[in-house]
Design a protein around this ligand. Structure first.
Ligand code: SF4
Length: 387
């Protein structure tokens, strides 16, 4: 404020010889010059960040003749699905998953309904129709996925797990979204690439895995080169994860519960969650290995586990850390999340009707460190936790 006063003093002294009208005019001109300079500076910075973010354009059919101008990703990077796309295997795998919808067994619920004839199973995905809630560059995901251009997130509606505390229940439970064709899904992927996102982040993909592979095949033929992230609850049949071998670059599974009683209670009877998820995570790791950032700080390949700490040790967090330490490399990426927030029906269950305390969170992080786990993402810290 004092600085501004001094500037006005100087201006008033310098403009002393002008009359009021001229002074006002000169002040307006000076103000305008300042505004133009600020706008130019912001524009310059934006250009700088665009360049750093990079843009990659592609020409030609079937992914050929790639024109690299700038790159939102490492320009030497080639996503794994391209090989299978070129050989025609990606299309075959998409067909295989599509056929599984005849007696749907795309997830451990194994409803057995005929989605090809319009049937709707537990996940409420209507037949073979595809619903997407939104797609955009997301800046709230893990840092090595966000970079400067954001993670190219596509949110699918409906869910096969249906947790009572779901943070996105409008999308997952109520299915709020828009009907889209497979071609439109491919377009979304390409648009995200064009906008400078660093990856394609498929959120809750399980019940739409067949649609996703079909769209990916189309997008790959039109120049998609971003890594694919399979952002899942972790509750995936081993058989499905094996079909995704050579297609997914980054697996981003949750490991939500250690105890099957808890998974059954809070995730609509999903008693098999701990066993199925352990098996799926081991297979994911076998396929893509440990997630390690490249020189640009971005992860292009690997397994990144998310674990949400829940109140009253409902998740069995320490046991989960112990299992990871025993079964996976010590530098496995683990995002230990503190942001549990009782939403949706969580208030019907006293055990999970509050946020976690800082002691609860620290206990899990300390245990993970004690076990020798070295690649822990403790995110934004835990400053907002109850004390
Ligand atoms: S994806 Fe949906 S319909 Fe298919 S088995 Fe799972 S819950 Fe049932």
């Amino acid at each position: 404020m004092r600085g501004r006063g001094i500037i006005f003093d100087i201006m008033n002294k310098r403009l002393g010889r002008f009359n009021m009208k001229d002074k006002l005019f000169l002040k307006m001109v000076l103000g305008l010059i300042v505004v133009v300079f600020v706008a130019l500076y912001i524009g310059y910075r934006e250009m700088g960040s665009q360049e750093a973010l990079g843009r990659q354009t592609f020409q030609g059919k079937d992914g050929g003749n790639v024109v690299k101008k700038f790159a939102a990703i490492d320009t030497d990077f080639e996503p794994v699905y391209l090989k299978l796309h070129r050989s025609g295997e990606l299309k075959k795998r998409a067909e295989k998953l599509w056929a599984m919808m005849e007696k749907c067994s795309l997830c451990p619920r194994r409803c057995g309904i005929n989605r090809l004839r319009g049937g709707t199973g537990f996940c409420r995905a209507p037949g073979t129709r595809l619903f997407v809630s939104s797609f955009h560059a997301h800046f709230g995901e893990e840092r090595p996925l966000v970079g400067r251009g954001g993670s190219g997130t596509i949110f699918f509606t409906h869910c096969n797990l249906r947790c009572v505390f779901c943070q996105n229940y409008e999308i997952s439970h109520l299915g709020r979204g828009f009907a889209k064709s497979i071609e439109e899904l491919a377009d979304m992927m390409l648009q995200l690439q064009k906008r400078g996102a660093h990856n394609i982040n498929l959120v809750t993909p399980t019940h739409y895995s067949a649609h996703i592979l079909k769209a990916l095949d189309i997008a790959a033929s039109r120049g998609l080169r971003l890594p694919i992230i399979y952002n899942t609850s972790g509750w995936e049949p081993l058989e499905i994860i094996k079909i995704l071998d050579g297609i997914v670059d980054i697996y981003l599974p949750d490991f939500k519960y250690w105890d099957s009683e808890m998974s059954a209670k809070y995730s609509a009877g999903a008693k098999s969650y701990p066993e199925v998820t352990k098996e799926a995570i081991l297979e994911m790791h076998r396929q893509v290995g440990v997630a390690k950032p490249e020189k640009d700080g971005l992860v292009y390949r690997g397994l990144m586990i998310r674990h949400l700490v829940m109140p009253n040790n409902v998740a069995g967090s320490e046991k989960i850390m112990e299992w990871i330490a025993e079964n996976l490399p010590k530098d496995t990426y683990i995002n230990i999340m503190a942001q549990y927030n009782p939403r949706y029906k969580a208030f019907d269950y006293p055990q999970i009707s509050r946020r976690i305390t800082d002691e609860e969170y620290k206990k899990v992080v300390d245990r993970a460190k004690e076990l020798g786990l070295t690649n822990l993402d403790t995110g934004w810290g835990f400053w907002w936790l109850r004390r």
